[in-house]
Design a protein around this ligand. Structure first.
Ligand SMILES: NC(=O)c1ccc[n+]([C@@H]2O[C@H](COP(=O)([O-])OP(=O)(O)OC[C@H]3O[C@@H](n4cnc5c(N)ncnc54)[C@H](O)[C@@H]3O)[C@@H](O)[C@H]2O)c1
Length: 337
């Protein structure tokens, strides 16, 4: 049995707790750490059968019976807790992003060298059945040489401005998943980025110094082009689509819906909206990513999404932020490592 400690009992901490306790064989969440535990969260965690809840994550790191930790606390804590966890010899699954600072991510990378610690970054979309199918088609050469990659990623509603203020901005908080998808689907690296953005959803987001709508164009090393469109508001639900287009054809994925029922009547033809948000849309991916993390620990395999993937997505995000600010195409080589 692999004993897991989860640090942070917010939205994503509870998702991982549920997926391990309900669906992952050979692993158990033996402890969770949360300094600001609400009654509702405590009840939910206890209902999932977690025997212990502590306030201070250091208790988890000192617990010899814990094999691995999932860092699900707010982003500003990830790098420091990662360093402590590596020192304590715990395997780590760290939610995205590892940090907003390249310097801090590099410190984590250095600490991992020769440590024997498995370190996986929470880019869950790589484990989604649809996105994995696009990757497989590209990898198998179904569309020949990749020419264009289009990713559409729109949230159903903007988070509170308090969240926006500490999020690191749309590129490091939201688009970071899409940057990782560009690397994952293409199997290529990004060379340069051009970003344009606006405040079209909520003026308060603009006042907090962020944007809520963006188009990001990326040039890949192979010469292929990619485009990502983001918006913090999509009234019909979580819009998550992609299309890879190449010399021999295209592979496209559409949204998952609760059913594929289509109602046709005198007023028109109506189908289901996309699933509401990430909890509904990506549950299968969350289960799959932690299952693979645990498999890597038990069978001593390399993790499927490592610290370099965490680093690259942040480098692209910082280049996008620089491009938006300076109104020009920015090469990733301009972002100092
Ligand atoms: N991969 C995904 O799909 C996905 C989805 C949502 C969030 N995230 C990432 O997960 C992280 C958490 O996001 P969230 O939406 O769950 O936020 P959240 O605010 O709901 O939860 C974060 C929790 O961490 C707790 N916390 C803060 N400092 C702590 C500490 N020192 N020790 C233990 N707990 C601490 C907070 O009290 C809070 O309960 C963020 O980095 C976010 O980017 C990833």
């Amino acid at each position: 049995m692999t004993n897991i400690g989860i640090i942070g009992a917010g939205r994503i901490g509870k998702v991982h707790c549920e997926s391990i306790t309900r669906y992952v064989k050979g692993a158990a969440v033996t402890v969770m750490a949360e300094p600001f535990l609400t009654e509702e969260s405590e009840r939910a965690i206890k209902e999932l059968g977690v025997p212990k809840i502590v306030k201070d994550y250091k208790e988890i790191l000192a617990d010899k019976s814990v094999d691995a930790v999932l860092i699900c606390s707010s982003t500003d804590t990830h790098a420091a807790i990662s360093l402590e966890a590596i020192k304590a010899g715990k395997h780590v699954f760290c939610e995205k992003p590892v940090d907003h600072s390249i310097d801090k991510i590099m410190q984590v990378k250095k600490a991992l060298e020769g440590s024997g610690v498995k370190y996986q970054v929470g880019f869950n979309r790589r484990f989604d059945h649809n996105f994995a199918a696009v990757r497989k088609g590209v990898e198998d050469g179904r569309i020949g040489r990749l020419n264009l990659l289009k990713i559409c990623s729109r949230d159903p509603a903007a988070p509170p401005v308090s969240y926006i203020k500490v999020s690191g901005g749309i590129f490091l908080d939201m688009t970071i998943h899409d940057f990782d998808m560009v690397r994952y689907i293409s199997g290529d690296e990004v060379e340069s980025v051009y970003a344009v953005g606006g405040v079209l959803v909520d003026e308060e987001i603009g006042k907090a110094g962020d944007i809520d709508t963006a188009i990001i164009t990326l040039r890949l090393k192979s010469g292929a082009l990619a485009v990502i469109d983001n918006c913090r508001r999509s009234v019909y639900g979580y819009d998550q689509r992609a299309e890879a287009f190449g010399e021999k054809g295209q592979i496209a994925i559409s949204n998952d819906t609760a059913s594929n029922a289509v109602v046709s009547d005198a007023s028109g033809v109506t189908a289901e909206k996309p699933l509401l948000f990430f909890l509904e849309r990506y549950m299968q991916a969350y289960v799959s990513e932690v299952s693979q993390f645990i498999d890597c620990i038990v069978n001593d395999k390399p993790v499927p999404v490592g610290i370099d993937d965490g680093l690259q997505a942040v480098v692209i995000g910082l280049a996008a932020a620089k491009s938006l600010k300076e109104g020009r195409e920015v090469k990733l080589s301009e972002i100092s490592m």
